[in-house]
Design a protein around this ligand. Structure first.
Ligand SMILES: [Zn+2]
Length: 90
């Protein structure tokens, strides 16, 4: 978690834990032909299996770019006036 002071207000950066936000999204791209797996939410195994199957079908395609996305959220820290405003709106 990173804390920063921007325009005299403290903000905190952390993972986005919203109900509709996944922990992470994974996908893989073959570096030989550009074939890309469908993205998966919160699961890495299906993407790994996809890479292995792709190489099984195309034995020369062995290098992949694994892509992992995470989601962040900035919230008001202690002493930030938006913290009280957010609490009233919740
Ligand atoms: Zn390929």
């Amino acid at each position: 978690m990173t804390r920063s002071i921007i325009k005299a207000a403290a903000w905190t950066l952390g993972p986005d834990t919203g109900d509709d936000t996944p922990e992470g999204v994974c996908s893989v791209v073959c570096l030989s032909c550009g074939a890309e797996s469908a993205p998966t939410e919160n699961e890495r195994l299906p993407v790994e299996v996809r890479a292995l199957k792709h190489t099984g079908l195309n034995p020369d395609h062995r290098r992949f770019k694994a892509q992992a996305e995470t989601f962040w959220c900035v919230t008001p820290a202690e002493g930030n006036p938006y913290r009280e405003t957010d609490a009233q709106g919740a």
